[in-house]
Design a protein. Structure first.
Length: 154
């Protein structure tokens, strides 16, 4: 059975730099055996952001890729601050917020971009937790997706 680090390496994806807070908050907080990760955006490898509104500036498939990029930013925060993805036992909860037009209704499809990444990293038993996927009228800097998550530590 592979570790989370081995599973991530097999995906051949890059982790962007761990985003720094742009407000008065902590990017993560450990409480006992739980790791809370603040809302993350669509940070790319060059620190720029994927920008746009789903249903207006980008389609659902592009939005799903943006959500995967948010998942990569979350993984980067975990690895940067804890040293290894192997220190996470399982995903408990994901809250995905989608910046979309009022008529867009496929929010779960978008957030699957992150959820599918986590399932590949920690396996289906530990990488899939409870989840909400909701639409928003806007998000900071006009990013298409913001995601926060709760994890259980080893």
């Amino acid at each position: 059975m592979n570790t989370a680090e081995q599973n991530f390496a097999a995906l051949g994806l890059n982790l962007p730099p761990a985003p720094q807070p742009l407000g008065v908050y902590k990017p993560f907080l450990i409480d006992g055996k739980y790791l809370y990760v603040s809302g993350h955006g669509t940070v790319k490898d060059d620190k720029s952001l994927i920008i746009g509104r789903i249903g207006q500036d980008m389609n659902a498939d592009e939005g799903k890729l943006a959500a995967r990029q948010v998942g990569l930013a979350i993984l980067s925060t975990i690895k940067t601050n804890l040293g290894s993805l192997d220190k996470v036992k399982r995903v408990i909860k994901v809250l995905g917020m989608v910046n979309c037009t009022p008529d867009f209704e496929n929010h779960p499809f978008i957030i699957n971009g992150c959820s599918e990444l986590f399932a590949k990293v920690w396996g289906e038993d530990n990488g899939i937790g409870v989840r909400s996927a909701v639409g928003m009228g806007s998000l900071p800097d006009n990013i298409p997706v913001e995601i926060e998550a709760l994890f259980e530590l080893v």
